[in-house]
Every structure is written in C-alpha cells, then in structure tokens.
Design a protein around this ligand. Structure first.
Ligand code: ADP
Ligand code: MG
Length: 303
C-alpha cells in the first residue's frame, strides 16, 4: 500500500491525503496492513479437489490442529473437504472423533490390502468434512513401500480415485521428511507449513524447502508453496513478536496474513474430539481459522 501511495505521489507530484481505508487499515501481526478477506461465495458444483499437504518435520507445531480447524472452517463455507490422516499417531482421526481400529485405514490403501478408497472414507460430526483415518500400522508403511515400483507416487494414485468428489484434500503429515512425507508432497498441488512462534522455529525450514524443491524437480513439477502459517503466537510476548518478524524477513509474502494465537482452547477441543469452530465457535481462535480459510480462498489456494 505504501508503494502504491508513493507511485500516486510521484505521478501527481503532490502528496495526497490517505483515503479512509488507509486510515482504517490496522497493521497486523505480520507487519502488513490487515486485509479483510471476503466471505467465500458459494460454489455451483464440487471438485476436482486441490490437494494441500500440511508439512513440517518438527512435531507439535500445529499441523494436526490446523488440518482439523481449517478443514472444518472450509466445510462451514460449503467446501467439501477430505482430511487424510498421514501420521501413525492418528491424532487427526482422534481429533475428529473418528475410530481407528477395525476400520480400513490409509495404510491398507497404500499397501493395496484394500482397493476401496471410497469405502475407507469416514464422515465426521462436521457436515462436508470427511476423513481417511490412520493408526499405528502406518509406522510400518515406509519399510514396506521402499521396494515398491514408483514408491513415491502411491498416495497420489490412491487419492486420485476420490478427488473428483471434493473441493479440497488436506493431508496431515507426520513429523519427518521420510518416504511418507515425500508421498504427500508428490500427491499435493500445494504445501502449507505451520510454524510455531517459538525459539528455533526456523531451524529445519530450509531443509523442508529443499525437500519441496527436490520433489518439484523430480516428481511433481507443479507443486507450490501455498503459505507459511504462524501458529501459537502470543502477542503479549516480545519473543513471539520477534520470531514472527524474523519469519516475515525470511519468507516475505509467503507468510500468511492470518496468524493463529496460542490458547488452551485447542487442547480442550482435541479432548472433546471436535474442531475449534464447533467446540468454541465464538472464541477468537475459531475466528482465526475461519479467517485462514477465507485467506486461502482469496489467494486461490482453495476453490
Ligand atoms: P503437530 O501436528 O504439528 O504435531 P498439533 O496440532 O498436534 O501439532 O499441536 C501440538 C499440541 O499443541 C496439541 O496438544 C495441540 O492441542 C496444541 N496446540 C495446537 N495449536 C495450538 C495453539 N494455537 N495454541 C495452543 N495450543 C495449540
Ligand atoms: Mg500431528
């Protein structure tokens, strides 16, 4: 906006008074004037889905929480969402209140013991939000997949069978850069990186970006980095603000304007097995995830 105003000044040769919007535009936590992202318009039909992998090889940064909360927020805007649990811990399935025992899981689909992808999809308590569950079996998948032909493309082949029915597929990756994550990156159109506003947040991100670059070179030329999402931000601490400043310095506009604050509402929601947007719809944390959903639609990362 500053650049725009400078351009106006140099053209007209005089200093124009800022418009009303400029006066109203508050500076957000990422140091940019805050955009009011419009409510997404209704879709006339559904699919084919854009596939987004939520990746960070660091654990506890908000991948699973973001998959659940963003998925529910997008579902609330009428998008058909499929969340894929791609972590043997099964936290995504649990957080959505979906059982993981005696059901077909993503592991069965990857290994070919079940070919019925549609049959593995479970509905959740949230309309428009479905999930393919995972459980601890998935921890053995890397070992089994190593000797498969086109071992990096197995998840892509599985998901291709159901993407027509959804507007967006969110893959909740495990905290590693191993073969499963490479499968997620190969299946994805875009990547979303949640980054905790804490010490060492940036440590490892270079390696993650390098992995994405390698996947783009060798397996998936069209993959894009959709955004970096700052999570667990505490506006009251200088430390949190400094970390976010550094992240913006390093990644510029790739850092999403939406920032997720730290609040105990998230652990509470996971215990309840419900997305924050339903557990505490009026809490600012729920609004932040709805804002994230609107920003991603605005950025064309989601239909
Ligand atoms: P990951 O999937 O990257 O390992 P999780 O989403 O499971 O991370 O989050 C790790 C823990 O932090 C969970 O207990 C979760 O409830 C909690 N958490 C996630 N986001 C927030 C937040 N914004 N504020 C406070 N706690 C959070
Ligand atoms: Mg997780």
């Amino acid at each position: 906006m500053t650049a725009q105003r400078e351009a106006t000044q140099s053209r007209s040769g005089s200093t124009e008074l800022p418009g009303l919007e400029d006066l109203d535009a508050e500076i957000g936590p990422t140091g940019r004037p805050q955009t009011i992202f419009p409510e997404p318009s209704a879709l006339s039909g559904h699919g084919p889905a854009r596939v987004i992998a939520l990746c960070n090889q660091k654990g506890g940064v908000g991948k699973t929480t973001t998959t659940i909360s963003l998925g529910a927020a997008l579902a609330g805007y009428g998008r058909r969402v499929l969340a894929v649990d791609f972590d043997p811990q099964g936290a995504l399935s649990a957080g959505l209140g979906v059982q993981t025992h005696d059901v077909t899981t993503i592991y069965d689909l990857l290994l070919g013991s079940s070919k019925d992808v549609a049959g593995a999809i479970r509905s959740t308590g949230t309309p428009n939000l479905d999930v393919i569950p995972a459980n601890i079996d998935l921890s053995a998948a890397e070992v089994h997949l190593v000797n498969e032909v086109a071992r990096e493309q197995i998840l892509a082949r599985v998901l291709r069978q159901v993407t027509a029915d959804y507007d967006v597929v969110l893959i909740d990756c495990q905290p590693s850069l191993g073969l499963l994550t490479v499968n997620a990156l190969t299946a994805a159109h875009g990547v979303l990186i949640p980054l905790e506003c804490e010490f060492f947040a940036l440590r490892g991100v270079a390696l993650l970006v390098e992995t994405i670059d390698k996947v783009r070179d060798r397996l998936n030329p069209a993959i894009t980095l959709d955004g970096i999402l700052a999570t667990m931000y505490d506006p009251r601490t200088l430390h949190s603000r400094e970390v976010l400043e550094r992240v913006v310095e390093a990644f510029g506009d790739t850092v999403l304007e939406t920032v997720i604050n730290r609040t105990v509402k998230f652990p509470d929601a996971s215990v309840a097995g419900a997305p924050i947007t339903e557990f505490a719809p009026d809490h600012h944390a729920a609004e932040q995830y709805r804002q994230l959903a609107r920003e991603l639609v605005y950025r064309h990362a989601v239909a």
